[in-house]
Design a protein around this ligand. Structure first.
Ligand code: MG
Length: 376
């Protein structure tokens, strides 16, 4: 075994992403819900060779996660057990601290992969043994739940995007869908019910109604993840549109079970615990004959760009979380009319391929003594 340098400096910092529009999904409806700010946590790791890597956690209240739970876990991580030279060993160490805490593990995993691939002079996808699709892959643009006229206005605003992902599961689903369809005639629409339809009959009725539109591509998570296997299989057999698992699909270990009740899966880096686990979850799903999609939370360009490196493993992309915020401190993968491309002329064409956004206040000081603005 060659030399193995452990991480000598680990810092993390909270950043509140501010949303361009109030963001509401089915789980928030009726709670006076939706949010305008989404706290994320950035992690920076460095070692004695001067290598450094950046990662991000976007915790989800849906899974009882917050920036506090992320921070609490990160404080338990002893950097001496982490190394850019041994990502699998480092992840095994993180797993030994506690089960769960996937967003925090994701942030550390991304920082490790970023540092390791930059150290080798490779973009992340090459480091992971993957190509990046040419031409760049297409992402959908998401529209959260709102009044029908507001959703229609958002559809107009998303004019440049050929594919829309529409959140349903509110009180006026059909009016909302019709308003969007009127605003975007002919456009491909993906629907995400976020587990809102509680019985198989209700789910089938809604999916059949959507299928009659003729331009709905698939429906994500129609029923709650607690739904029985009998009911999810019943729906899969009858559904006129493919049904995708999101809240029901957490890791590669779920692939066999999920294949019985769904046609595809939505894999997110923060849900699986990083790019390593997301890659495994995508490969396991494909091995079960499932269609694959890479999705996201409200995230900065760090998580979105990291996810984009896995694009070749996905049939569909929903990587627009960074486009929904107006204070992203980083820039990475670009998005032009829905198509994702890394800028070949970027200052750092290695690792996750991200750099501080011009004009943004740096989150981490460039000083190497560990002092500065970040939480230690
Ligand atoms: Mg979803």
């Amino acid at each position: 075994m060659g030399s193995r340098y452990h991480i000598t400096r680990k810092t993390h910092r909270r950043h509140d992403l501010s949303l361009r529009h109030r963001w509401t999904i089915a789980n928030d409806v009726g709670l006076g819900g939706g949010k305008i700010v989404c706290p994320v946590v950035f992690v920076e790791l460095s070692d004695a060779l001067g290598r450094n890597g950046l990662g991000e956690a976007s915790p989800s209240s849906q899974y009882l996660e917050s920036h506090e739970t992320v921070s609490r876990f990160l404080h338990r991580v002893d950097p001496r057990h982490l190394s850019f030279d041994d990502v699998p060993g480092s992840m095994a160490y993180l797993e030994s601290i506690a089960p769960g805490d996937f967003p925090a593990k994701c942030a550390v995993n991304l920082a490790l992969l970023d540092g390791a691939s930059k150290g080798m002079g490779l973009p992340l996808h090459t480091f992971l043994g993957l190509d990046f699709p040419k031409p760049g892959p297409m992402t959908s643009f998401s529209i959260g739940i709102d009044r029908p006229e507001v959703m229609a206005a958002k559809a107009h605003e998303a004019d440049a995007f050929p594919i829309l992902k529409v959140k349903l599961g509110g009180n006026e689903d059909r009016k909302c869908f019709q308003a969007i369809r009127a605003a975007a005639p002919g456009k491909i629409i993906r629907v995400d019910a976020n587990a809102a339809w509680t019985t198989r009959e209700q789910a089938l009725e809604n999916i059949a109604w959507l299928a009659a539109d003729g331009r709905v591509e698939f429906v994500e998570q129609p029923m709650p993840p607690e739904t029985s296997a009998i009911d999810t299989e019943w729906l899969k057999q009858r559904s006129p549109l493919p049904v995708f698992a999101d809240e029901s699909y957490h890791s590669a270990m779920d692939a066999h079970r999920v294949a019985q009740g769904f046609h595809g899966v939505n894999v997110k880096l923060v849900k699986t615990g990083g790019a390593t686990a997301a890659k495994a979850a995508l490969e396991a799903a494909r091995a079960q004959g499932l269609e694959t999609m890479i999705g996201c939370m409200i995230e900065s360009s760090v998580l979105i760009s990291a996810a984009a490196h896995l694009a070749i493993l996905a049939d569909h992309l929903d990587l627009d979380g960074n486009l929904l915020v107006d204070n992203d401190p980083y820039q990475g993968v670009g998005c032009h009319k829905g198509r994702l491309e890394f800028n070949p002329g970027a200052a750092s064409p290695t690792g996750i391929q991200i750099e501080p956004r011009q004009g943004a206040t740096p989150l981490f000081g460039s000083n190497s003594d560990g002092t500065g603005p970040a939480e230690r």
